[in-house]
Design a protein around this ligand. Structure first.
Ligand code: EPZ
Length: 421
């Protein structure tokens, strides 16, 4: 397992361009299952999770052709509709194949994803919605066994604005007969991007990115290729990570290639802490700010504070002036970065789903271990500003969602070495 050796006391300086959003790339690549023709994508990020989803599509018989950072997905014909546990267990977003397979083929056998480090992560909302559309769902030997005639459009109210369930149901509804309305839908920008992709295939869809999405289903042979290469939105979570890195290291970092409007609440919170940010149409630049001060945050569905930036924000909070409070309301176990940050001198006390962060003068380098994707990013940020050297172990967690992070940080002046393990 690879590890990163990071020299501390770094001041990040310069410009970094984020990659296409992991959490838009995954559902949109899966949505190509709906299309009986090849679909071309550009700037597909080279991430472990993307490699996994492409392997899963190939296991269904989809033809995947890579051309540099472009990918062509050809799901004209499939060999099977079985998403095996061996692949699904490594990445829960694999469950997104359920909707398109059921909608297009009337049958799907998808392994239950199982939990992951940050929580049990059930898929009950996905399954409730599929049944509402007319799917017959059985759970057998750890697999979701689904079958249906042509799915029938209907109104589905989500008990929680689940990102994955919204995406799964949008894709299922795309080929359902009639109109489907998803109420209390997730509103993340990645949902909006999926809606744009479906519209590009000829699906009439209104309200993607709002809490009510209306999808007018089509027959599979009514979908038509736009013959355009699809470009996925920039990764707002990666952007937030580098913006916070710039602030923590008191450097001037320009983060480009994404829409700052997708980080509204995060940028507002950083400004409230005293950060001096230059916000452009497709970039944010950190300016040298006076020492930032503590703040209280509570994670929430978009447009609230994103849970995927919670760990990185806690890294910043650990070295600002005064105390901060973090409430994690989305996942039940998303504080695993805390004990590892404690090894670097951070002072964080967890009480239930809240953490009190006491700002300290500085952190010290230490060997630490990654546990999940965003916790890993937080540890890298701490290591960059700590005194002395840190060794970040199990960086495959990081490689799931941050493309070329060591190269990008080196480009900003970090002294970071990857040791192949
Ligand atoms: C997506 O996960 C993202 N992953 C996550 O990003 C992100 O943290 C999450 O949305 C919330 O924004 C991708 O897009 C690939 P949810 P997802 O369904 O779809 C509960 C990262 O770091 N729930 O909105 O799994 C669930 O247990 C990753 O990039 C149910 O109870 O998130 C959780 O507590 C981590 N039943 C909450 O809802 C369901 O059927 C949010 O889950 C579905 C979800």
């Amino acid at each position: 397992m690879d590890k990163l050796i990071i020299q501390g006391s770094c001041k990040l300086q310069g410009t970094v361009k984020v990659s296409s959003a992991k959490n838009a790339t995954l559902p949109i690549l899966v949505a190509a299952l709906l299309c009986p023709y090849p679909v071309k994508f550009e700037s597909v990020p080279d991430l472990l999770d993307v490699t996994t989803i492409l392997k899963l599509l190939q296991s269904l018989g989809v033809k995947v052709t890579k051309d540099g950072d472009g990918v062509v997905i050809d799901a004209t014909t499939l060999e099977n509709q079985h998403a095996d546990y061996t692949l699904v267990k490594t990445m829960r977003a694999s469950v997104l194949v359920l909707g398109p397979l059921l909608a297009r083929f009337g049958i799907a056998s998808v392994s239950l994803p199982g939990g992951c480090a940050i929580g049990t992560r059930p898929v009950d909302i996905h399954l409730m919605g599929m049944e509402k559309l007319g799917g017959e769902i059985q759970i057998e030997n750890g697999y979701i066994k689904a079958k249906s005639g042509r799915l029938q459009g209907t109104t589905i109210t989500l008990p929680f604005p689940s990102v994955g369930a919204t995406e799964n149901l949008m894709m299922a509804a795309a080929l359902a007969e009639g109109v489907t309305i998803i109420e209390n839908a997730a509103m993340e920008p990645e949902i909006d991007d999926l809606g744009d992709f479906l519209a590009e295939q000829g699906i009439q869809i209104e309200g993607a990115g709002t809490s009510r999405i209306t999808i007018h289903g089509k027959k599979v042979n009514e979908l038509k290729s736009s013959n355009k290469t699809y470009h996925i939105i920039g990764d707002r979570i990666e952007a937030a990570t580098y913006i916070i890195g710039g602030l923590m290291s008191e450097g001037e970092v320009k983060v480009t290639g994404f829409n700052p409007k997708h980080l509204g609440f995060v940028l507002e919170t950083l400004t409230k802490m005293g950060a001096d940010l230059e916000i452009g149409t497709d970039y944010v630049k950190t300016k040298i700010s006076k020492r930032l001060k503590g703040v209280a945050i509570e994670t929430a569905p978009y447009p609230g504070f994103p849970t995927d930036v919670q760990a990185q924000m806690m890294a910043l909070m650990s070295i600002v002036d005064g105390n901060s409070i973090v409430s994690e309301t989305i996942f039940e176990n998303r504080f695993m970065h805390v004990p590892e940050m404690g090894r670097m001198g951070a002072k964080v006390n967890i009480k239930g789903n809240s953490a009190l962060v006491e700002g300290v003068e500085g952190l010290s380098g230490a060997p630490v271990m990654c546990t999940d994707l965003r916790a890993s990013a937080a540890l890298v940020l701490c290591a960059l500003v700590a005194k002395g050297e840190s060794e970040i172990q199990r960086v495959y967690h990081l490689d799931r969602g941050y493309e070329k992070i060591d190269e990008k940080l080196t480009g900003l002046g970090a002294k970071i070495q990857r040791v192949k393990g």
